[in-house]
Design a protein around this ligand. Structure first.
Ligand SMILES: *Cc1c(COP(=O)(O)O)cnc(C)c1O
Length: 356
């Protein structure tokens, strides 16, 4: 039996994705060759990229004036490609976690960065509100889901300057209004594919407004013009991403995912609240992530942290240890995690409570 996979990333993928990837590695689309050893310019692989793009557009309702790109380098490379392409003099950033801070740091190489608000003072355990974004900023950057700390921004809000979002860990987990964003990007290894591919959704008219020259590989326009084929793209991760996108569609799309994700998250948060041994790290329920559920031992039960982790391991639950900067536990409940895994965790928490 497969173990319960609560890892934060790389993380659980649908069994369908894994099975179809194995098939493609053995014989890709009846070519008699493995997807590992075929030209990225073959018509079969171009069809993979085309279908993956059109499923992105369909599943997220992406308007026609946007491009979808599949690039290498991870979300971390987007931290610098973004200001390279979009920032003339000034950009605004919301500092909601370690990834947000890393994105902000890279932007400083390109001009003035305004940190409009930060929750660092409280170990990033809330989403700042009531801040204002300078209207002369070239864009405003947010991280919608803070994978390490377990907070999430759910609202696609109106913004006077172009809004850019790192959605590495919540893309496809809930419906979004893409038209509110100038750009959305993320590493695929949290909710979509094995590591190695990065998606970028970008509104075409946002490009071409900066004065600096942009080296070819760093220029989004290069990748738009060449349909993500300027250089060799991450072939296998894109192939796997396509399988996940097909699975998503067959499951009823993003709306169906959202419904399941709400159920899973509520089920676990309710138990964390009820159980005398545990408490959530994010107290404001409106800020709580549905993808990364963080909790710690309750007051007086701190000494039992290791015991619970060991018990989880003995019960085939993997990846529950919280990030080293937060401690405690983190259950990542991405799309592919079945409700049964959350139920197993909740049952174990109840058992643990009865013992103490
Ligand atoms: C994991 C993660 C990243 C880093 O992604 P890489 O692909 O490893 O560069 C960036 N942002 C968020 C929100 C993440 O969860």
């Amino acid at each position: 039996m497969k173990k319960h996979n609560f890892f934060a990333g790389p993380s659980i993928l649908p069994q369908f994705t894994i099975d179809e990837t194995i098939k493609g590695i053995q014989d890709f689309d009846g070519t008699g060759l493995s997807v590992l050893e075929i030209s990225h310019r073959s018509k079969q692989f171009i069809a993979v990229v085309d279908e993956a793009k059109s499923l992105f557009k369909e599943l997220l309702n992406i308007p026609d004036n946007y491009s979808v790109l599949f690039l290498g380098g991870g979300a971390s490379t987007q931290f610098l490609m973004l200001p390279f392409n979009l920032m003339n003099k000034k950009a605004a950033y919301l500092n909601t976690g370690a990834w947000a801070a890393k994105a902000l740091k890279e932007a400083k190489y390109f001009g003035e960065v305004v940190e409009v608000a930060s929750s660092k003072d409280k170990l990033y355990n809330y989403i700042p509100k009531g801040y204002s974004v300078p209207e002369d900023a070239d864009y405003f950057h947010i991280t919608t889901n803070n994978t390490i700390y377990g907070t999430e921004i759910f609202e696609d809000f109106d913004c006077k300057v172009p809004l850019v979002a790192d959605m590495s860990s919540d893309i496809f987990s809930r419906t979004i209004d893409v038209s509110k964003y100038a750009m959305i990007y993320g590493g695929a290894q949290k909710n979509l594919a094995p590591s190695g591919v990065t998606f970028v959704i970008i509104r075409n008219d946002i490009l071409g407004h900066v004065e600096r020259p942009i080296p070819t590989m760093m220029n989004y326009q290069t990748h738009i013009d060449s349909e993500s084929m300027f250089n060799t793209p991450p072939v296998l991760p894109i192939f796997s991403a396509l399988q996940t996108l097909r699975w998503l569609k067959a499951q009823g799309g993003v709306e169906a995912m959202e419904k399941r994700n709400i159920e899973k998250a509520n089920f676990l948060y309710d138990e964390i609240k009820r159980n005398k041994c545990f408490q959530p790290t994010i107290k404001d329920t409106t800020d709580r992530s549905r993808m990364n559920i963080c909790f710690i031992m309750n007051d007086g039960y701190e000494a039992f942290e290791k015991e619970f982790l060991d018990l989880a391991g003995e019960n085939d639950m993997m990846g529950l240890k919280g990030h080293r900067s937060v401690g405690g536990f983190r259950a990542s409940t991405y799309n592919a995690l079945p409700k049964e895994s959350v139920e197993a965790l909740v049952a174990l928490m109840k058992e643990f409570e009865a013992k103490h």
